[in-house]
Design a binder for this molecule. Structure first.
Ligand code: NAG
Ligand code: NAG
Ligand code: NAG
Ligand code: NAG
Ligand code: NAG
Ligand code: NAG
Ligand code: NAG
Ligand code: NAG
Ligand code: NAG
Length: 857
């Protein structure tokens, strides 16, 4: 708790004291005639020239996130820590013009989990591209850095994880971001539980953020490498957790997003994580950091850099990982393993003793130079040392300014990012959209009163989720009701996580009576509830997956009135089983963390002004799941053993409290994690990954295959040219997989039928490769847009052989012979799935030979 508090205060201080950005003067400054300022020299030579000018003492000043620069050389201080998860966000490197107009705000797009639910990588690209445009404009004004520690690509394996959506507690930044119109902070961060989804998201996001031109627009950072998805659970924290992961799970599940970042996109930076992996802290783990990241994934071309998570190196000390005995030893272990810059949380000593590490001979000058080369080559590549007047490609970004921030286009994109991520989870008898109740235009509820109830109906910064900046505005459902001139009554409902009942059972709770009064007078009840950052966020995992009891009681009381009742759900997945089973709950719509326009968007969708077509990027687990499975248990496959036999997953040197979950899970087998291993029929799965209803009926079919019989060799035949396909796992499936989607509504249907997007999800299933076999595996997806009533659209879904392959216990990715099928969609909405079966014969082919771990020092 003390740590938690200290951390938050420290960040608040850091944000207030953000240093901003100063470009070196490459025209008149001391560096002007150095190669580092010569835009015609190679980035490697430019970085080397700079490092060569620095004395050892100056070098040692520049290996932490708040780098001091070198005044003698006119090299300004530089804050490596800026954030831009779903918009330019407050962080030590970023500040807003709190008292001004220009740069007073930045567009806040839907947070990652919501954007992931849209299953549209073109949209992800556009959002990220808009973010980096705004980021460069902020940087040019001296208000932000050029390195952004986004995205978070850890698979969201456990629904309790506080950063799965990624959301940071708004309290962190409250002091600095009240601008008179509210607060903005939002962390729902990861693109869900499925590696294929995350890989697609990461590639699109990174391409948008870093740009696809000749120069990097900004440097992005894939985090947190690796096997990080626990904040604070039953006495175990991210700062001391040792994730014990089998090689098979590591390669198949925890690492693929990082492979995409490093090997396939050549991301500018990677952040190593707090936790240890199989006994060695991630930032000191030479197997992960060198054998895999730099060597196996060939992440060397641009001398890209690794940053530690903030205070991760301090965590090596005896009170946490007990990997290093002194701050100097910790710094040396990190630098020697390939960590290039160490993030420190200001105000939270002991600081990393980089200087001591050098003085004591624990780290060589060559290692220090290697780190500095990587860091400054990164800055060279984003044009930090290019005079704005130079003709270099990176210098062109120097012209971005305030007029490129919060543009109308970006506002529209923020709206779309929220709308496209909405997922419809229940809709009895087509209650939604309510537009036959509320004709539009004009939207007046002539004689039709509406009750709007719940904690996120009113303006609420929590819609932004974590890692947020200051948005230009925050549109709530109530703003929407005003805008559309609804005849509504508002009641606040219970606080997000209020206790079940007042101390005295009969004592009024303060929220039920006003809510029932509003609902009693209404024809339609709209409840805006769910969880927010106060329930799960950075440094805060959830204990329960159930609806907070006070909210559930109120929803049930509202349902007993027997009126149309729509539940719009903010935040994380909760076990919706009680709502799905209640015949009087007409509809459930999940919005996640939808960003600055999210409240308005949810109301618009309820009224039919947007048609939800997103899909769950995570499994919605039953509440019991939290009692059956330990957060520390990194296994994925179901297992008769309730726990890893050797106590794997337990925190090092800490007694596990005999909490409720430990006791209940003592005897039951481990049920498995994610939709790949937990069958949809399991009582522990309430709604499957990929679930999402529509306002219309679709029929979706796979196109015809010219052949249903392959050999492993024939699958790979098109990729024999190893220059074009250096990595066989990226080889495309040789037959075009097309989907044909028909909107079965007829123009003569009530309201003329609804035009809607449709997300095609293609899974592979079958008994091939090592046992046990996954239920199915996502291999491709595509969002088809605006399919009108009576229309049919076709699209091609890209499938790569590596995603069809399986991983063996040594981590090798292998294409196996066997009987396969492609399965389209998840079987919902009264629609079955469409399937195509095919045979693969011939020999097993290893697509990726995995380097085996060596003993750690
Ligand atoms: C750079 O070189 C030019 C030409 O030799 C000289 O006039 C100028 O003073 C030098 N600038 C610095 C900062 O040394
Ligand atoms: C901050 O806003 C004020 C007033 O709008 C403006 O004069 C000033 O230039 C802004 N600062 C920056 C860095 O743009
Ligand atoms: C947000 O920032 C933009 C660009 O700097 C500015 O034009 C606009 O007035 C700001 N909006 C608000 C609400 O301050
Ligand atoms: C690995 O990187 C090196 C250096 O950039 C490059 O020459 C080589 O072709 C890369 N290997 C593959 C398989 O891409
Ligand atoms: C920490 O590690 C040191 C050195 O390996 C060892 O002597 C000490 O007992 C360890 N401390 C704890 C609390 O395990
Ligand atoms: C749905 O429609 C059926 C058949 O018309 C009706 O029996 C049922 O009561 C309706 N349910 C709701 C929640 O409106
Ligand atoms: C709003 O609803 C109430 C209750 O039915 C009704 O008395 C009132 O006339 C309505 N107001 C408008 C402007 O329609
Ligand atoms: C559903 O509404 C009807 C009134 O229409 C009521 O009689 C019934 O008890 C309600 N059921 C639930 C589960 O609230
Ligand atoms: C292999 O691919 C490379 C790159 O696409 C191409 O330049 C080369 O001509 C190809 N070689 C053959 C033999 O097709």
């Amino acid at each position: 708790m003390k740590l938690l508090l200290g951390w938050k205060l420290a960040i608040a201080v850091a944000v207030r004291g953000a240093v901003g950005l100063e470009y070196p003067d490459c025209i008149n400054g001391p560096l002007a005639n150095s190669t580092v300022c010569d835009v015609t020299a190679s980035p490697a030579d430019r970085a080397a020239a700079l490092v060569k000018l620095m004395s050892v003492a100056e070098k040692l000043d520049n290996l932490v996130d708040m780098a001091k620069g070198v005044p003698r050389l006119g090299l300004p201080p530089y804050a490596w820590w800026s954030e831009a998860l779903h918009g330019v966000a407050l962080s030590p490197g970023v500040t807003f013009n709190f008292t001004g107009i220009h740069f007073s705000n930045a567009t806040s797009f839907a947070n990652t989990i919501t954007l992931a639910a849209a299953f549209d990588d073109d949209l992800v690209y556009q959002v990220a591209s808009a973010i980096s445009t705004e980021a460069r404009a902020f940087a040019n004004a001296g208000l932000a850095g050029l390195d952004y520690w986004s995205p978070n690509v850890n698979p969201y394996k456990d629904p309790r994880w506080g950063r799965g959506h990624e959301v940071r507690d708004p309290a962190l930044f409250t002091t600095t971001i009240i601008t008179g119109q509210g607060v903005t902070e939002n962390l729902d961060q990861t693109p869900g539980e499925d590696p294929v989804r995350i890989k697609g998201y990461a590639k699109a996001f990174l391409t948008g953020l870093e740009g696809d031109g000749p120069a990097r627009k900004v440097i992005a950072t894939c985090k947190h490498y690796a096997a990080y998805d626990l904040e604070r659970w039953q006495g175990v924290t991210r700062h001391d957790f040792n994730a014990v992961v089998s090689l098979q799970d590591l390669v198949e599940y925890y690492l693929p997003p990082f492979e995409t970042c490093a090997r396939d996109v050549n991301v500018g930076s990677i952040m190593c994580s707090y936790n240890a992996v199989n006994g060695t802290p991630a930032c000191a783990n030479t197997y992960l950091m060198d054998d895999i990241l730099r060597k196996h994934w060939n992440w060397t071309a641009h001398n890209n850099y690794v940053t530690s998570d903030c205070n991760a190196i301090q965590n090596f000390l005896p009170s946490l990982h007990n990997f290093s005995q002194t701050p100097a030893e910790a710094a040396a272990a990190a630098l020697n393993a390939g960590t290039d810059t160490i993030c420190e949380v200001p105000g939270w000593p002991p600081y990393t003793d980089v200087a001591g590490a050098y003085r004591q001979g624990l780290v060589s000058e060559a290692v220090i130079d290697r780190a500095l080369h990587r860091l400054y080559e990164g800055l060279v590549r984003v044009g930090y040392f290019d005079p704005p007047t130079s003709a270099s490609p990176a210098a062109s970004y120097r012209s971005l300014g305030a007029s490129d921030v919060s543009t109308l286009e970006h506002q529209a994109l923020a709206f779309q990012s929220a709308a496209d991520g909405l997922v419809l989870l229940k809709n009895v008898n087509g209650t939604l959209p309510l537009r036959d109740v509320i004709p539009f235009p004009p939207v007046t509820l002539t004689g039709r009163p509406v009750a709007i109830i719940g904690h996120w109906a009113a303006p609420n910064a929590h819609v932004l989720g974590g890692y947020s900046g200051v948005p230009p505005y925050l549109l709530s459902p109530l703003h929407g009701a005003e805008l559309l001139q609804l005849n509504y009554t508002y009641a606040a409902g219970p606080p997000v996580a209020a206790a079940a009942a007042a101390a005295a059972p009969d004592a009024p709770d303060g929220w039920t009576a006003p809510a029932l009064a509003a609902a009693g007078a209404a024809d339609v009840i709209l409840y805006f509830g769910g969880t927010d950052l106060s329930v799960a966020s950075e440094d805060r995992d959830r204990d329960s997956l159930a609806w907070p009891p006070a909210q559930l009681s109120l929803v049930e009381a509202l349902a007993s009135l027997g009126k149309p009742l729509v539940v719009a759900q903010l935040g994380d997945q909760l076990d919706d089983a009680p709502l799905l089973a209640n015949p009087n709950v007409s509809a459930v719509l999940w919005a996640g963390y939808p960003g600055q326009a999210g409240g308005l968007v949810a109301l618009y969708a309820i009224l039919g002004l947007a048609a939800p077509a997103g899909r769950l990027p995570v499994t919605q687990y039953a509440a019991d799941y939290a009692r059956r499975v330990d957060m520390t248990d990194m296994r994925l496959r179901p297992d008769p053993a309730p726990r890893p036999a050797d106590g794997r997953g337990a925190a090092p040197r800490r007694d596990r409290p005999a909490g409720e979950s430990s006791a209940a899970a003592a005897a039951a087998p481990f049920p498995g994690r994610t939709y790949r291993w937990l069958p949809p029929s399991s009582p522990l799965s309430t709604l499957p990954f990929g679930f999402g209803l529509h306002y219309t009926r679709f029929r979706a079919r796979l196109g015809v295959f010219p052949t249903l019989s392959f050999t492993t060799a024939s699958l790979l035949a098109g990729c024999a040219n190893s220059t074009a396909y250096p990595y066989p796992d990226l080889c495309p499936f040789p037959v075009t997989v097309s989907v044909w989607v028909s909107n079965l509504a007829a123009p003569q249907d009530p309201g003329g039928g609804v035009t809607s997007d449709y997300v095609a999800l293609v899974f592979a299933a079958g008994e091939y490769g090592p046992r046990p076999y996954p239920v199915k595996t996502l291999v491709g997806y595509k969002r088809l847009r605006a399919i009108g009533p009576g229309q049919t659209q076709a699209a091609v879904v890209d499938i790569k052989l590596g995603d069809l392959a399986r991983v063996d216990t040594n981590g090798n990715r292998i294409l196996y012979p066997g009987r396969y099928k492609f399965v389209l969609d998840v079987g919902q909405d009264g629609n079955g799935v469409d399937e195509v079966e095919f045979d693969v014969t011939g020999d097993e082919v290893v697509l990726d030979v995995w380097p085996q771990p060596r003993a750690q020092p």
